[in-house]
Design a protein around this ligand. Structure first.
Ligand SMILES: *Cc1c(COP(=O)(O)O)cnc(C)c1O
Length: 357
């Protein structure tokens, strides 16, 4: 296979072993003479897959009793409306830290009064707002822990006087999380966990059934809990790859080990840009993401952007173009990305710089 360094933001790099084992299961699942693509989601074979995936998910995130883990369709974007359907009675609070937070806010506004507690829109979302007070007269407080597009991250579990809800699409399983501080955590699998098509939801059961509205069955978490994520046909193949990713993660030592590796990778790249004369990071240092690392050319070198893009491509870098709303560069350094790829990018930046500055 051609050797590339895959910095895609999502869908993104997955552990090679998870892909190989998925390929095997697509051809013949555990020697049963059928593909995973061909079996009923109600078969004992698939039941064993989803049971193990949920058990490993709970084990590896140390999810306490009282929480349910679901695998649904619809993407994280579906959760932007599913959350208010289930929890929004009169008023909700949101932290506005980027494009995904804004989309969540837009959906919530259809349900009533939305309090945007703080926003970093004034500086194009290059930092995480601080010093705000979470209101107590709201049904919940919603945050986006990792801002995939802008490269800022809330890497700790905050105390909230009201139920805390988090979109962790792009940093789940990159650190130990104190799940007990959250009422609900959700995300699309396609950043750090699996292929596109599955959405994970971790929900505290005692949060449910409190709103007075009638919730459509498919949008009611209780429906999916009662049916073990099989009210309708779940995304079977993505769930299988999630299982394989979680087996890989466990074998390597779990989220603590992931965090150490992610820190090393991020440090390598952030150090390179901090010591560069032509590249510069875009996010406030204390809020920098370990998952999506954004940088630009210093203004006096701005005209070199395209040239570096081509140079990096010629050296095997894939997916480092910044999101269209930010420009510049973004290297996503998810769990499955080897540190050798980050080193290759850093070498590439240094080599380019030598010829320019
Ligand atoms: C990618 C992403 C989403 C959107 O996910 P979909 O599965 O495409 O709906 C939402 N939130 C964050 C933080 C993301 O990174």
């Amino acid at each position: 296979m051609k050797k590339v360094h895959n910095f895609n933001a999502g869908p993104s790099i997955l552990p090679r072993i998870a892909i190989e084992n998925t390929a095997k299961a697509v051809l013949d699942l555990n020697g049963i003479g059928m593909s995973i693509l061909e079996i009923s989601h109600r078969s004992k074979e698939f039941q064993a897959i989803i049971d193990e995936a949920i058990a490993l998910f709970k084990e590896q995130l140390s999810i306490p009793a009282g929480y349910q883990v679901l695998f649904l369709g619809g993407g994280a974007s579906m959760q932007f409306c599913m959350v208010p359907f289930n929890f929004f009675e009169k008023k909700a609070a949101y932290l506005e830290t980027g494009v995904w937070a804004k989309k969540a806010i837009k959906e919530a506004k259809g349900f009533g009064d939305v309090n945007i507690v703080a926003s970093s829109a004034d500086k194009n979302f290059t930092y995480i707002p601080k010093g705000y007070t979470i209101p107590t007269d709201v049904d919940y407080f919603h945050i986006t822990t990792n801002n995939t597009i802008y490269g800022s991250e809330i890497r700790y579990d905050m105390d909230s006087p009201v139920p805390l809800i988090a979109d962790m699409s792009s940093d789940i399983f990159s650190r130990p999380v104190d799940v007990s501080k959250y009422a609900l955590i959700y995300g699309g699998a396609q950043k750090n966990l699996g292929p596109a098509g599955a959405t994970f939801v971790i929900v505290r059961e005692d949060m449910l059934g409190k709103v007075t509205r009638k919730i459509p069955s498919m949008l009611d978490y209780r429906t999916h809990i009662a049916e073990g994520s099989m009210y309708n046909t779940p995304p079977c193949l993505p769930i299988y790859t999630i299982l394989e990713t979680l087996r890989w993660l466990k074998a390597l030592g779990g989220v603590k080990v992931m965090e150490e590796m992610d820190k090393k990778k991020a440090q390598l790249l952030y150090d390179a840009m901090d010591n560069s004369n032509i590249f510069v990071g875009t996010v406030a240092k204390e809020d920098r993401s370990l998952m999506n690392i954004c940088f630009v050319m210093k203004p006096e070198y701005a005209q070199l952007e395209e040239e570096f893009m081509n140079f990096s491509k010629a050296n095997g870098m894939v997916g480092i173009k910044g999101h269209r709303s930010v420009g510049g560069f973004r290297a996503s350094t998810y769990n499955a990305l080897p540190i050798e790829s980050v080193q290759a990018l850093v070498d590439c930046m240094k080599e380019f710089e030598k010829t320019k500055a």
